[in-house]
Design a binder for this molecule. Structure first.
Ligand SMILES: NC(=O)c1ccc[n+]([C@@H]2O[C@H](COP(=O)([O-])OP(=O)(O)OC[C@H]3O[C@@H](n4cnc5c(N)ncnc54)[C@H](O)[C@@H]3O)[C@@H](O)[C@H]2O)c1
Length: 172
């Protein structure tokens, strides 16, 4: 606000994705994932929502994941956190729609981001890619245009939606 005098777009992207089999999942690890992936997103919406409501305009895009559709193993806490993101997106869209604010979620599939390349997730490409309708690795550039569209004026009639962007890994 100090720099630009307005906030038109909020993209909630930050998240952590620690692989832990459910049998070894502690409450502390569950809380850590919820804290970053859900509490962090809530706090950002809280911080920016009032400004957008006053301006009668806003675009909020929350990054979910297609694991919520797939129920991916070893990620129960992460899958639950992304379910919360999708639920919150729907509810917030309902409450902010009359103020000119749209709230949507983008649910990517496995994507070759810095975090994925640095972690154990990269091995997942071997079994995920053959399951996709478009059998190649998803790249950040495959996800960004959907976020840009939802942030644009052209997306004015889209709200409360979750758009899966995963090369057809999950079809629903
Ligand atoms: N890459 C994938 O395969 C994939 C698939 C589905 C969904 N997603 C989602 O896309 C988003 C981006 O994922 P990515 O693969 O680019 O991840 P990444 O690990 O490359 O980047 C995540 C970013 O979040 C930041 N971050 C983490 N914890 C934070 C905290 N407590 N406070 C502030 N910033 C914090 C990190 O510094 C990093 O910049 C996430 O919401 C992730 O769940 C990713």
């Amino acid at each position: 606000m100090e720099e630009f005098g307005r906030i038109d777009i909020l993209v909630n992207d930050a998240a952590i994705v620690p692989f832990v089999p459910y049998a070894q999942l502690t409450f502390e690890e569950w809380r850590r994932v919820m804290s970053v992936n859900v509490d962090g997103l809530f706090l950002m919406c809280r911080a920016v929502g009032d400004v957008m409501q006053e301006a009668r305009y806003g675009r909020i895009i929350n990054i979910a994941s297609n694991v919520f559709v797939a129920g991916t193993p070893n990620l129960a806490h992460y899958v639950a956190s992304k379910g919360a993101v999708i639920g919150f997106t729907r509810a917030l869209a309902t409450e902010l729609g009359s103020a000119g604010i749209t709230v949507n979620a983008v649910a990517p599939g496995l994507t070759e981001s810095e975090g994925v390349l640095a972690g154990a997730h990269a091995a997942g490409f071997d079994f995920v890619v053959p399951m996709q309708a478009i059998p190649r690795r998803g790249m950040p550039d495959d996800i960004a245009p959907m976020v840009a569209f939802l942030a644009s004026e052209e997306a004015r009639w889209v709200t409360g939606s979750t758009i899966v962007v995963d090369g057809g890994h999950t079809r629903h």
